[in-house]
Design a protein around this ligand. Structure first.
Ligand code: ADP
Ligand code: MG
Length: 541
């Protein structure tokens, strides 16, 4: 076919887990107009019967997308000019990445974008963990072929150095919970092993790791593990440092500590690339950013280099003027004044005198206050200051040493740490919380599950959920319960920036509509706090 006639480039992505050929009637194959006229656009994989979609034959009619009972197919049309810049594709009908950020020596480069857009893929490519395949997913290209395909001179130089190992890289991986599977031993042993820059003591001090040193790596909390991982990455002697989501699990102070470590690397003249959903942190750290946009799980496109302020604003705006690309139909704004006080009723749900609680060596003092119907309270504070204990005191789960409540309230609590060790799929989990009652087609599904995008997850196994997916399931589980106060402990951890903002807005609307009250414990500066802090009186003294 004449290439010039082919203006659009089709991307067909199949969610391997959702495609269930034994449970459906092969509707995608049956209804595909190309198949109907004798073509073979969609066929079954010989081994497991799952669908394979040939993008060259696909007309982009999206009938298969609509007919698939499990929402397993995504078809998108891409401008052809993007198609020629394909850098990597994991397999047939799977995610692909277009373009790459150009590494800049001696500066801090940020990557901004939703989950599933390929940010970790970019880090793996630029650090030499995986080789780019330019869409030839069944071939292992040699480096000469790879250099030939890269037109940008700086990028080619970067890969030349990677191939000869003359550029040393150090990575703080995104999934820190995998570290205990690779390394057995104490924190001190781990830090000693990689202390190539002789910075161990300084890093232990600045990242607050003194009390963690003798602990076994497998017993660390998420935040400790994250800071240990940051320390390990920073202590290696490298030219280029990659930090993939270094602030998850950590509170505001610990995040600042992490930023200082990264900032010091930059001051030492090192090159740094950082993926981060906390916009204030990214703003503080990076010299420049690249926006990654596209369709989560299907494809990601890397923008041109943007200065940090302009890039973050473009991201929130959903529009990149230099490329004339709009990648979202709405823009996000942080408008503190949009919390309307008049929506909060005068009816108090619970009022409490000043309260005290002693737990071992830990003393919590709470100033008197009350919580009103329809109120959304943001609770800010470092880790381990007693935010969770405060919630438990309100619900009667924790005895109050001094002071009292006028009534005990029913609290539906979304814990900070989520339990994933549950057999079965999301549907059966929701079923059990709904007292074994059918919820599909119910009001609860319409009001809570659909807006949070849970329908797509019904058939997924709980054990196989990503951090963000698990978070959404946990938030839903707490919101479907009947209670007076919904206490969401760190609901934005693992969510990407867009999900954080839309979840915050959704929860706020729902709570107002239900006439309930809500406490949010969240350390993420961006997204929640500016929206959620309706209460001017901090509950802690
Ligand atoms: P991000 O870091 O922006 O969240 P990732 O780079 O981790 O995005 O992933 C982008 C997409 O690529 C996701 O849909 C993910 O499931 C897919 N993906 C990542 N690694 C692999 C792999 N090794 N094989 C197949 N698909 C993968
Ligand atoms: Mg990632």
């Amino acid at each position: 076919m004449d290439k010039h006639l082919n203006f659009v480039h089709r991307v067909a992505v199949l969610d391997q887990e959702l495609c269930q050929p034994r449970k459906c009637g092969q509707e995608c194959i049956l209804y595909c107009p190309v198949n109907k006229t004798g073509g073979e656009c969609i066929v079954q994989r010989p081994d497991d019967g799952k669908a394979v979609i040939f993008e060259d034959l696909c007309t982009g009619c999206t009938i298969c997308v609509k007919k698939c009972p499990f929402d397993a197919i995504v078809i998108v049309n891409l401008a052809n000019e993007v198609g020629v810049d394909k850098i990597h594709q994991y397999g047939i009908n799977s995610f692909r990445l277009y373009k790459l950020p150009i590494p800049k020596e001696g500066s801090v480069t940020g990557l901004v974008g939703r989950n599933g857009m390929g940010k970790s893929t970019i880090i793996n490519l630029l650090s030499g963990n995986i080789k780019p395949n330019f869409g030839n997913f069944d071939k292992d290209l040699n480096w000469e072929d790879i250099f030939d395909k890269i037109s940008n001179i700086e990028l080619r130089k970067h890969f030349e150095k990677i191939s000869t190992k003359s550029l040393r890289t150090s990575i703080k991986p995104q999934l820190v919970y995998l570290i205990p599977k690779i390394f057995k031993g104490t924190v001190m042993e781990l830090l000693k092993k990689y202390d190539e820059r002789n910075m161990r003591d300084l890093l232990i001090d600045s990242l607050g790791l003194k009390n963690s040193l003798t602990k076994d790596v497998s017993t660390l909390s998420g935040g400790e593990l994250q800071r240990v991982a940051v320390a390990v990455a920073a202590s290696k002697d490298a030219d280029y440092y990659f930090f993939d989501e270094p602030s998850s699990y950590n509170d505001i102070y610990q995040r600042l500590a992490v930023s200082k470590v990264i900032n010091n690397l930059a001051k030492d003249g090192k090159s740094v690339m950082i993926v981060e959903h906390d916009m204030s942190l990214l703003d503080y750290l990076s010299d420049n950013v690249f926006i990654i946009y596209g369709e989560p799980g299907s494809y990601g496109i890397v923008s041109t280099l943007q200065s940090t302020k302009i890039g973050i604003n473009n991201f929130l705006e959903g529009f990149i003027p230099t490329e004339n690309v709009r990648f979202r139909d709405k823009s996000y704004r942080f408008d503190i004044s949009n919390v309307t006080e008049n929506m909060i009723s005068n009816m108090s749900i619970v009022s409490y005198t000043s309260m005290k609680k002693k737990l071992g060596g830990f003393n919590l003092k709470v100033n008197n206050g009350d919580i009103h119907q329809g109120e959304v309270i943001g609770i800010v504070g470092a880790n381990a200051l007693g935010k969770t204990t405060f919630m438990k005191m309100l619900s009667g789960l924790e005895k109050i040493d001094e002071g009292q409540l006028d009534s005990e309230v029913r609290i539906s609590y979304k814990p900070q740490y989520l339990n994933q060790d549950i057999d079965g799929d999301v549907r059966s989990l929701l079923y059990s919380v709904n007292n074994g009652q059918q919820f599909e087609g119910s009001l609860m599904e319409e009001q809570i599950l659909n807006p949070l995008g849970l329908r797509k997850l019904y058939d997924k196994s709980v054990k196989g959920l990503s951090g963000g997916e698990l978070q959404k399931v946990a938030v839903s589980l707490s919101l479907v319960r009947d209670a007076d106060i919904y206490a969401l402990d760190e609901p934005s951890a693992f969510l990407d920036i867009e999900d954080r903002i839309s979840l915050a807005k959704f929860v706020q609307r729902l709570i107002k509509a239900k006439g309930k009250s809500e406490s949010l414990v969240d350390k993420n500066i961006c997204g929640f706090h500016r929206h959620a802090c309706g209460n001017k009186r901090p509950p802690f003294g």
